[in-house]
Write a protein that binds this ligand. Structure first.
Ligand code: CTP
Length: 191
């Protein structure tokens, strides 16, 4: 699939955990199609604000999991606030920014559409639609598993949201079932 990227603006990756958002961006960096400085990731901002790299959600008593969840919510709030400041600064400077987070909730996507509109830049959505079985299989194999329950929940949300995304008004929307054979075309001037 051919993906045409604007000169500046926001590229939102959309997909549940394990859909391959970070892997796709890493391969674009490795292929020198994009710069690592063009990618902002919620995981990295969580580390920046809290030092916490990862929370293992598996096999925890409910009380402990609830407490951790509250902490995780606080961390996420601060992380996204910092991340959005960076994205907005880059929009003002007419740079392209890839946002690596799940973007499953409509409010999150809306926030970035508003940010793009406010700064007069385009916004592109790259949506990774990967079967649940594959998401679970990858989760079992990765170093820091997100946990089957969480993956299933995210997948349900994604399934519900998928049909709305195309109509939400992005400059372009790309729906991918797999991430092989992507031809990336970058606009080389602001027009
Ligand atoms: N993976 C894979 N094949 C792909 C893409 C990803 O096997 N085509 C594996 C990766 O090697 C990794 C796991 O799936 O072990 C998660 O990939 P990642 O790119 O990190 O997925 P994300 O969607 O970024 O997940 P998260 O939102 O949890 O960061």
């Amino acid at each position: 699939m051919k993906i045409v990227l604007p000169y500046a603006g926001i590229v939102l990756l959309v997909g549940p955990s394990n859909s391959g958002k970070s892997t796709l961006l890493k391969s674009m960096i490795d292929n020198k199609e994009i710069l690592s400085s063009e990618v902002v990731s919620s995981d990295e901002f969580r580390v920046l604000v809290s030092n916490i790299e990862f929370i293992d959600w598996r096999e925890r008593p409910k009380d402990e999991a609830d407490c951790l969840f509250d902490e995780y919510q606080n961390i996420s709030k601060e992380a996204f606030s910092m991340m959005d400041s960076v994205i907005e600064a880059r929009c003002r400077l007419n740079k392209l920014t890839f946002v690596d987070a799940t973007h499953l909730h409509p409010d999150d996507r809306k926030r970035y559409r508003s940010l793009a509109r406010k700064n007069h830049v385009p916004i592109v959505a790259i949506v990774l639609d990967i079967p649940l079985d594959t998401l679970i299989e990858r989760d079992e194999q990765r170093d820091y598993s997100r946990g089957k329950r969480r993956i299933k929940q995210q997948y349900q949300v994604f399934k519900r949201e998928k049909r709305f995304i195309k109509k939400e008004g992005y400059t372009s929307t790309y729906l991918l079932n797999e991430t092989n054979n992507i031809e990336l075309v970058r606009r080389s001037n602001p027009i």
